[in-house]
Design a protein around this ligand. Structure first.
Ligand SMILES: C[S@@+](CC[C@H](N)C(=O)[O-])C[C@H]1O[C@@H](n2cnc3c(N)ncnc32)[C@H](O)[C@@H]1O
Length: 237
């Protein structure tokens, strides 16, 4: 069943898959590659690992994981928006990564996998988008094997006030205008993005949620002046 937020999010993302990677690069000042590298480094997948990427979108992080494993490993990307998954599948096929990836249309809050099967489970730039973040972490923790890691990377409100002033001008003023120049769909998506970042959880709040869902050794790490936080938790062996 799709609730109203899931339907809204799906309608937003279903219209923007082709330009998504480019616009993320602009919004992140080109830092998004570094953020993903950090996530892969923290997850530390082995050559034959089974890796889960929840709300995978166009598969940017899934591709980095696929490059970090070998042909006997597998990255499974899950998303509720079909056109995002189709774009992910095609882009990774073009990069020769089809054999290491699989795509599943499903919701983060109800993952269609057995318990304890993945070495790591990630959710990147999407915790604000899911309808139920607690349930999402519960599901990610359930599907992760003991000793494995659950990682969230998400936009946040930067702690430095001066930096925040400039960043908010960019995010809430310039960026939606730029989006509207590209298309009406992008105008809507980018103004939603700005509003959702203003309501985002802090790294500490995300870590607390992870602990409440049974993960340990949690660690929030600010990246790029705290534009995003990577939060890491471990499933006990
Ligand atoms: C901003 S994109 C992030 C994509 C990608 N993870 C990245 O880092 O670029 C958000 C994605 O989350 C997906 N999404 C939102 N809510 C979801 C949910 N409840 N379950 C699964 N996917 C969801 C959307 O369809 C969209 O593809």
């Amino acid at each position: 069943m799709y609730d109203s937020k899931a339907r809204y999010v799906r309608s937003l993302f279903s219209k923007v898959p082709l330009e998504y990677d480019l616009l993320l690069g602009l919004l992140s000042f080109g830092q998004d590659r570094k953020w993903r590298s950090f996530v892969v480094e923290q997850a530390d997948p082995m050559a034959d690992s089974l890796v889960l990427d929840v709300a995978t979108g166009t598969g940017l992080l899934a591709a980095d994981f696929a490059n970090a494993i070998a042909n006997n490993g597998l990255v499974v990307g899950v998303d509720l928006t079909l056109s995002m998954l189709q774009t992910a599948k095609e882009r990774l096929r073009q990069r020769g990564l089809s054999g290491r990836t699989d795509w599943v249309l499903a919701r983060a809050e109800s993952l269609p996998f057995r318990e304890n099967c993945f070495r790591s489970a990630s959710i990147s730039l999407a915790l604000r988008n899911v309808s139920d973040a607690r349930l999402t972490f519960r599901e990610m923790a359930r599907a992760t094997a003991p000793g494995g890691v659950v990682i969230s990377l998400d936009f946040a409100r930067p702690p430095n006030r001066v930096f925040r002033l400039f960043y908010y001008d960019y995010l809430l003023g310039l960026f939606p205008i730029f989006g509207r120049i590209v298309s009406q769909a992008w105008g809507r998506t980018l103004s939603y993005l700005g509003r959702s970042i203003l309501k985002s959880r802090t790294g500490t709040q995300i870590a607390t949620l992870m602990v409440e869902e049974g993960l340990s050794d949690t660690r929030p790490v600010p990246l790029t002046q705290g534009i995003v936080y990577a939060v890491y938790g471990k499933k006990q062996s």
